[in-house]
Design a protein around this ligand. Sequence first.
Ligand code: CO
Length: 210
Amino acid sequence: MKPYEKLLSHNKNWAKEKVEKDPNYFSRLVDIQTPDFLYIGCSDSRVPSNEITGTEPGELFVHRNVANLVVHNDLNMLSVLQYAVEVLKVKHVIVCGHYGCGGIRAAMTKQDFGIINKWLRNIKDVYHIHKAEFENIHSEEEKVNKLVELNIQEQVMNLAKTSIIQKAWKTDNRPDLHGWVYDLHDGIIKPLLEIPAKTKLDDLYEFDNL
Ligand code: CO
């Protein structure tokens, strides 16, 4: 069996097991999805969004990219966000990063990685904003993990600044925004920050006439 054929064979077993336990498992989800959560996470294969949150198909709307970034001109992320907030009407948006993130680690070096330099630039900017907080950290690993946490914090702030979130806060009093960090060593997610709906931001970020 070729390696990719194993995936298809596992898929057949998975589908069979689900139906054996619950005959309506798939038919319930065919026509409608009503997830309460949008999860924005890292593409890292060791941080599978559904498994680590114990969620089933239909419960989590997911967007993943390198280092869980919320970049204001990323049409992909913005489309996912708009659909989740305005159509699915999610109640919570979660940015979940993870310690030991390769994207964060790469952004802390001066190495040229080609096209991904442009993506990692966003993380270098987070470092630059918070440079003073790194002064007393001497271990490389601790520096990476500090930037992992600060990056999550900044990405949650980036969410709050979007017109999509601002509009939903104004008209619907949702969603709440959450920053979480996952630890590869023990599988535990630690909540880092929460920005409840309608939190006041700097005036500049609040749009008129939304
Ligand atoms: Co990562």
